[in-house]
Structure formats: C-alpha cells, structure tokens
Design a protein around this ligand. Structure first.
Ligand code: AMP
Length: 429
C-alpha cells in the first residue's frame, strides 16, 4: 500500500470483523481498508443493498467479498450456494475466485468459478461439493441453472460486478433471467465503473432501496496517472511506439489496439525486435490467455499487446505504462484501459496515439474524464498537416531494439521520474 495510507486512521484490526477474517486480512497483508472497502463493508454487513460506482484497482472485490464471507451461514445448515457473483469475463471470474480464496484463508469455504471455454463436467463436479460461493459469467451460470447443476434456492447474496461491462457485451437478458429466478429475500450489490440509465433500471427493478455510493474520482484518472497524447500519422505509429519504448523503458506496459488482427500484427512486428512482448485477445484459447497473463504478471514479459475485451477488468498490478496505440472508439473504454495502471495508489502513465483525423475522439475522452490530456512530442515525429512530408528518423524492421534495452530484463523498480521525461506541453484548445 502507498505511504498516504499511513495518514488514514481506520485499520482493519479496528473493524468489527470475525477472528478468522482478521487472520485472513493479516495473511493477505491488508492493513487499511481502501475507501470503497471502508464505505461498503459496514453497510453490507448490515445486509443493505448497495450500488457502488468504482473502477477496478480500487479494492472493490474485497469490498463485497469480505461481507459475503462474514455473512455466510454454516455449511451444515445450508448445503446449496449462498452467494452468486456475476462477472463479465472469465479472467475476472478467476480473479474474484482467487481473491475470495485469499480472504477465506484458514476457513473451510468452497468457491467455484463457472465460465465458458472450460468443460462443464469439471464445474459440475465442483458444484456437487456444495460450494457456498459461485462466481461466474452469466451465460455459463444459466447453463448450469438449466441443467439443475446449480440450485438457486438458498442464494441470499448476489453481486453484479462490472455491471456496465456485462451490459456492454450483451449479458443483460441473461442477467435479468438469472435475477428473476433468484429468491426475492436476498441482499444485492452492484458494482460498476459507470452508472448509465440501463444500470439504474436494473437497480430499480431488482434491488431493495439500494444505498448509492460513488467512489469514482470525479477526475476518473486518479492523481497517480499522468496522461499524454501524441499526434501522429497512422503510418508512423509503429515507429513512434518503438521510440517511446526506448525513451520510457517501461517496467510493464500494456499496448492497446482496437482489433484482434491489429494486435497480432503489432505483436509480430515487435517480436522481431524484442523477446519481451506477447499479445492477448479473444481468439486465443483460454489456456494460452491465462498463461500469457500470468507470465506478464510475473514479469517474464514486459510488453503486452491487448484488445479492450481482454484488457479490461484484469488485475495486473505494477503496470507502469498504458499505451493506446489505437485510440479507443468509446471514451468509456479509455477509462477502463487507463484504469490498468495507477492501481491502489501506484504511479502510472498513459499515452494515446491520436491521428490527425481523430481529434473528435480525443475531445470526447477529455470530456468524459473532465480533464485535458497533455501533449507530448517525439523529435522527428512532429505531425503537421495531413499533406506534410515526413522527414523523421523512421525505423526499419532491421533496427536493433536492443537499444530499447527491452531484450534485457530489467530489475523491478519504480517507474521513471516524471521530470526525466521530455518536457510536456499543455494542449491549447
Ligand atoms: P480490485 O480493485 O478488487 O481488483 O483490487 C485491486 C488489488 O488491490 C488486488 O490485487 C487486491 O489484492 C489489492 N487490495 C485490495 N484491497 C487491499 C487492501 N485493503 N490493502 C492492500 N491491497 C489490497
């Protein structure tokens, strides 16, 4: 946790939590609750319904997992699942299950993750072991409900995690179908980075007088994230990326592309220069995705090229750089992408490559985050008008990326100091 936590008064040890929970928190080295945890846990322990606006990286998983674990009835009394957590992606399902395992350390709690891409059989076996908690993606959860391998009768706690994401990817009918079948006498928590009208409607329809809590910093991109943009011609983005990697020497960078093909292409080009790059997108087999993510987390690779769908929601701590190779089509995606860095108070920096035609997209991002991105420039990559003749020092495929230093694993350390970067200019509107 960051130093500013020291200033906080409330410690977990002072919160009215059970002994096993205190032990698990100690084991996880969670000393202070994050703001969302401090806000949600006491209300959730009282059984209140909650709509919490928060992005990932704020500690939102523990905010709902701790009260769920505290409110579980003994498994002798209740033999079918008591809590259901719906999430948009398989990666998030695994991540939430792992966080629950961490927080139930020392207790006999079974939590199963249900998601597509894995055979039903193994999941059915796990469901037969009477787990108290089920985490799953809506499609696969419905599958198990209709096979009667997952029984909803004893559900007393339901969480919709990253609700806006679930709606974005079309899970709304599935979610409503599940909620309609759940017991009405239940507690419900809804977590979402944004609360657009369709989410409000779900809350109104399925929740019981929910308490609304907003943990999204007004300026979504927390103080710990510096955000810049480069204006660059489409054809020169790749060269700019290489120069930026040379300049920044990122400890861990995620480079976002808009399409799966673009992600593959960029990975292939960069891989000719450095062995420290991998890519991840929805066409890759689940096993390969998990492996790539865990290798990136452990630091085996330092550059991950990703599409929005897989990049979002994933908890990869210590990402120092986000590079939007393609500016996102939707400004909400910008929020999610940039949210991969600056997590839990750590420093991070985000760069967006904007072509001269994409000024409108840049403006809508700035309106969305209520902040201007700062302009950055790379010598030789100044972008004039569309007709400008390029005079910059382009890089050929043969250029040795060893000069980037990326072929040599660097020891983990703090990201470069801001003042070591090139002077930044505020964009005049
Ligand atoms: P989340 O927003 O739930 O994805 O959590 C982001 C990261 O913060 C995860 O790696 C958690 O394990 C970690 N975390 C959550 N709560 C705390 C806490 N109170 N103290 C330290 N780390 C935490």
């Amino acid at each position: 946790m960051s130093d500013n936590q020291e200033a906080k008064e409330l410690r977990y040890s002072e919160m009215p939590l059970s002994e096993p929970m205190q032990a698990a928190l100690q084991n996880a080295q969670y000393e202070y609750p994050s703001p969302i945890q401090e806000g949600v846990i006491p209300l959730a322990l009282e059984g209140k319904d909650i709509v919490g606006q928060a992005r990932t990286g704020t500690g939102k998983t523990a905010a709902f997992a701790i009260p769920i674990l505290e409110r579980l009835k003994p498994s002798k009394e209740v033999t079918t699942p008591q809590a259901l957590i719906l999430v948009p992606t398989r990666e998030l399902a695994v991540q939430v299950r792992d966080e629950i395992a961490k927080l139930s350390y020392g207790q006999r709690i079974e939590c199963v993750a249900l998601y597509g891409g894995k055979p039903l059989r193994g999941q059915i076996d796990k469901l037969q072991r009477n787990p108290q908690i089920v985490v799953g993606t809506p499609g696969r959860v419905i599958d198990h409900i209709s096979r009667r391998t997952f029984k909803l009768d004893s559900l007393s706690m339901i969480v919709l995690d990253e609700a806006d994401r679930m709606l974005d990817i079309g899970f709304r009918p599935d979610i409503e179908k599940i909620l309609r079948q759940c017991p009405t006498d239940r507690q419900m928590m809804l977590l979402s980075a944004t609360v657009p009208p369709p989410i409000e409607r779900i809350a109104q329809r399925f929740m019981n007088d929910p308490v609304k809590l907003d943990f999204s910093p007004k300026n979504i991109s927390a103080e710990t994230i510096d955000q810049y943009y480069f204006t660059v011609d489409q054809s020169r983005k790749y060269d700019l990326l290489v120069q930026l990697l040379i300049r920044e020497q990122p400890r861990k960078a995620i480079v976002f592309c808009r399409t799966k093909r673009g992600t593959d292409r960029l990975q292939k080009r960069l891989a000719r220069k450095t062995s420290l790059v991998r890519c991840i997108h929805g066409d890759l087999a689940q096993g390969a995705r998990n492996q790539t993510l865990s290798d990136f987390k452990s630091g085996k690779y330092r550059i991950l090229i990703a599409t929005d769908v897989v990049g979002r929601g994933i908890d990869i701590s210590q990402v120092s750089h986000i590079i939007n190779f393609d500016i996102p089509a939707y400004s909400d995606d910008y929020v999610h992408r940039v949210g991969r860095t600056g997590r839990m108070g750590q420093e991070g920096v985000a760069y967006s490559f904007v072509t001269p035609e994409e000024g409108g997209e840049l403006t809508s991002i700035e309106m969305r985050i209520e902040k201007l991105l700062m302009r950055d420039e790379m010598p030789g990559f100044e972008c004039y008008e569309k007709t400008s003749v390029d005079t910059g020092p382009g890089l050929s495929e043969e250029d040795d990326i060893k000069e980037v230093g990326l072929s040599v694993a660097k020891p983990e350390g703090p990201p470069p100091k801001m003042n070591s970067r090139k002077k930044k200019y505020r964009r005049a509107l």
